[in-house]
Ligand binder design. Sequence first.
Ligand code: KIV
Ligand code: NA
Length: 253
Amino acid sequence: MKKLNLRDIKKAKGQKLQVLTCYDFQMAQLFNETDLDMILVGDSVGNVVLGYETTVEVTLTEMEIFGKAVRRGAPDKFLIVDLPFGSYSTVTQGVHSATKLFQATRCEAIKLEGAFPYQLKLIERLTQTGIPVMGHIGLTPQSVHQLGGYFTHGKTEDDGERLLREARALQAAGCFSIVLEMVEEGVATRITEELKIPTIGIGAGRKTDGQVLVINDLLKMGARTPPKFCPPIADHYQERKNLITQYLIDQRK
Ligand code: KIV
Ligand code: NA
């Protein structure tokens, strides 16, 4: 499969774009040989690989390390890397951080959370400099403390309107695509229908233009049950545990 470019992705509106997260070289090599549309090096690396409580602990240096590993394994995939918490608290700082991350990882785009006015200004600056930006609204885990937890957004009419306004503003600022995380299905559908750019959902129903999932959840690589919106297609935690257990029994025979 040919590596997608920004125009291909914008044109794929309505075509069920498939995105998976990735954090390491070997999984990236595997993804590189599939027809996955895009790879996201999410700051979820903090939760599933580094064992942090929240993504707030993830640093720009860490995103660079994981982004570079995935780039080395998947040279032929459209690669998106998350800007971590605290690396874009002002427009100036955000331009500096995104440029550094973009150059170091040689990714095709960066993703950042939120649609406050300074973030819209940052997105304008970045896209004008030549750094494609994916937006991200609804549940924005970097703001977990400010939000007061993890929950579905857009359940009231006011909140739905707010999300629609944010999505429009992100599109106007220059985003090529927007992640809708834990957005109520009806609201996600409305945003998807109204925008010209593709929406990528996670826990946002089935009407978005694409879907993104955390690979560790999809394969159930961890001890904990994955979130409801990600029914695992395997139980790699149990399978690996069984294999190691059997290996140890065999060695001690
Ligand atoms: O960090 C991540 O994995 C993400 C996706 C869940 C969208 O931002
Ligand atoms: Na993220």
